[in-house]
Design a protein around this ligand. Sequence first.
Ligand SMILES: Cc1cc2nc3c(=O)[nH]c(=O)nc-3n(C[C@H](O)[C@H](O)[C@H](O)COP(=O)(O)OP(=O)(O)OC[C@H]3O[C@@H](n4cnc5c(N)ncnc54)[C@H](O)[C@@H]3O)c2cc1C
Ligand SMILES: Cc1cc2nc3c(=O)[nH]c(=O)nc-3n(C[C@H](O)[C@H](O)[C@H](O)COP(=O)(O)O)c2cc1C
Length: 783
Amino acid sequence: MKIAIIGGGPAGLYAAILLRKQWPLAEIAVYERNRADDTFGFGVVFSDATLDNFEKYDPPSYRRITQEFAYWDDIAVHFRGTVHRVGGNGFCGCSRRKLLLILQERARELGVSLRFETEIDDESRFADADLIVLADGINSRFREKHIAHFEPEVDVRSNVFAWMGSTRPLDAFTFIFQETEWGPFIAHAYQYEAGRSTWIFETDPATFKRAGLEGLNEKQSADRMAEIFGWFLDGYPLLTNRSMWRNFPMIRSKRWVKDNMVLLGDAKATAHFSIGSGTKLAMEDAIALAEAMEHAPTVGAALEQYEQGRREEVEKTQHAADVSLVWFEHVDRFWEFDPVQFAFGVMTRSKAITYDNLTLRAPDFVAEVNKAFARQVRAKGFDVDVEKPLAPMFQPMRLREMELANRAVVSPMCMYSAKEGMPTDFHLVHYGSRAVGGAGLIFTEMTCVGRDARITPGCTGLWNDEQEAAWRRIVDFVHANSAAKICLQLGHAGRKGATKLMWDGMDRPLEESGWDIVSASPIPYFPDSKMPREMDRAAMDAVKRAFVQAAERGERCGFDMLELHCAHGYLLASFISPLTNRRSDEYGGSLDNRLRFPLEVFEAMRAAWPARKPMSVRISATDWVDGGIIGDDAVAIARAFAEAGVDLVDVSTGQTVRDAQPLYGRMFQTPFSDQIRNEARVATMCVGNITTSDQVNTILAAGRADLVALGRPHLVDPAFTLKAAAWYGADGVFCPPQYLPGKEQIFRNSVRDRQDFDDLKIKAKPKTRAELKAEASKPLAAE
Ligand SMILES: Cc1cc2nc3c(=O)[nH]c(=O)nc-3n(C[C@H](O)[C@H](O)[C@H](O)COP(=O)(O)OP(=O)(O)OC[C@H]3O[C@@H](n4cnc5c(N)ncnc54)[C@H](O)[C@@H]3O)c2cc1C
Ligand SMILES: Cc1cc2nc3c(=O)[nH]c(=O)nc-3n(C[C@H](O)[C@H](O)[C@H](O)COP(=O)(O)O)c2cc1C
């Protein structure tokens, strides 16, 4: 077996070590263009979990690495004169140079040939190799040479960063968010050995320019950073080593393998430095390759197995890195936040760390977060306890004169169970039980403003007196038997109308007894869907009237709030998205034009709806298609509705066109709510794959939404909120007298259940290396 490895970074060297251990007779050579100890940069960081992996795959290098490392447990967030520390993170840092020297030494011991100062520009010199490993880093020449095959996608991010060092000792992974006269600067800093720390400085391009950094050399820009962060550096110098400012490229390659060549480490994919995973990914790639080589019958099969087995893990890490880098790119959104809420946002930015998880690790910090949240609620005139506050989910909220007892919401969900638009007993039981289950607000399903406005024959409507009476009965039940408020969602199906019930074929056209459908432009949803008629002004006037009349009926029913459905590709959404609006009149073209009719409908309804009652609008904040609506458009849309008097933007996404490519995942729509809330400065409700009360609290406490809606979780659990209240000890939650014994029991048991759960979690969590080290260095207690 002959293996050529191009690149002597962490990926190439660790691959050499593991492959040579497996194939002691293999001829393995690493070709590195630099000298052996000629490495740029300062420290790298690994989590405890990554070190566990190293321990398993090569104990000798693991031992040497861990002897050299600096450990820490805390993350410290400095912002506006405050510092918040959170423990239990289990990280360690090491000098990149030392790491490489350790790996080189270990590779040599095993008999790997290390050829330094050897730059490879053509793989043909390895024609006799069984395997060629391309570990030539972020600017990989070989990835670029075979660009048509590997198909890399390089997303150059907007923020600029520079990697420096310092002799300043640090006892935590330290984030410093620094206001300057030019704009915000961020430092990501950690110690990696005694007397040495890594400092990555980051800022946005406009601040970079304003700070005059553009024309400065390495030394001058280090001096500028030392001025900005001097108060923290405390006289310690900043060190440079090729510390030029650059933009981070997020790299994803469609293929990782070509014949007997394989991309490893940064050459194949990168992950933003803010989650400290670059070296981890590089070394874990080497582990995955070695595993595949051990178990597969041929090199070809091994490479295929490596790519297939490893891709998901790499993409998951890249996704977390993406979410994290976007947070840092938009840090100005949170600049006005209370510092403790800001710190909570830093900690929870990439979904891995949550409210409950932090409550276990840093209860005092979460107590501060809760207090800050309660203070904001109190400032809005609520008499809430600020000293012993409830979790954010159970804090009240006011929209105009409507007060919500808590922030959990039942999302609008079609039940497809109406007859000629008439709500039935099913609807009474459905809405009634969810209201009794404790949510602060429940939405009706999309209720249609006319017979021909329906999506399906099973949709509810509000265009005649019988329907009005049926809805009044439901609203009366909710008001008489719960503390929930109820919001009427009104909509018109547009080109998605005259389709089958969900369980017969979602969005598929009815085969018979359909009705004529209208849209912004004559574009069918599926190629075989009914062709919608482009609306003329008379049709638009008729639809506007229908919305206003339904709103008036809604008021007579006693609904507390009204929502206009402008999402999911229905009629009003079809005006907003450029993918479905091809009009050449004043309702098509620019976003302002496309918004004209939806805003007109909203304004007419707002005028008819009592001023003391709130209104919301549901929008699709992205179409998930190139050329469609994106987050920045959604901010503009939200602003336009806010100016027209909207009190809350209900942030959903997609369902506009068939070929959308949504990126699903936990809480996947929340970033859009975050962007709209904190850029357009309007209250938002987020929704979408939010399944636990822990997630609800995480979102609210981080200021990413004001209300959180849950759809599918409520289909199977009407008492979602009541149960969450028991878990968090929010005993003020409403419960009808008939059910009080159940409430008393679950509240009593939850105290014990929660204690058991926390104990289990604490017991199951292995001690971090920092904790073990601290214990080992404690003097033994005197007898
Ligand atoms: C600012 C910044 C901060 C970072 N912080 C961290 C961190 O905290 N933790 C972490 O884990 N990672 C961090 N990283 C990422 C980390 O440095 C890389 O992800 C990691 O080094 C990737 O390993 P690699 O072996 O794939 O590539 P590299 O380490 O880049 O190694 C590639 C090697 O190939 C050599 N080479 C290239 N072309 C040729 C050629 N044609 N012939 C011969 N040799 C060649 C290069 O000289 C280089 O030595 C950071 C990166 C940056 C930019
Ligand atoms: C059965 C069902 C029916 C739905 N009907 C509507 C609706 O009438 N109006 C609407 O705006 N959204 C509707 N939605 C979307 C939900 O309100 C919600 O945005 C979506 O299900 C994502 O939230 P979840 O992950 O909590 O379920 C529906 C969803 C489901 C599952």
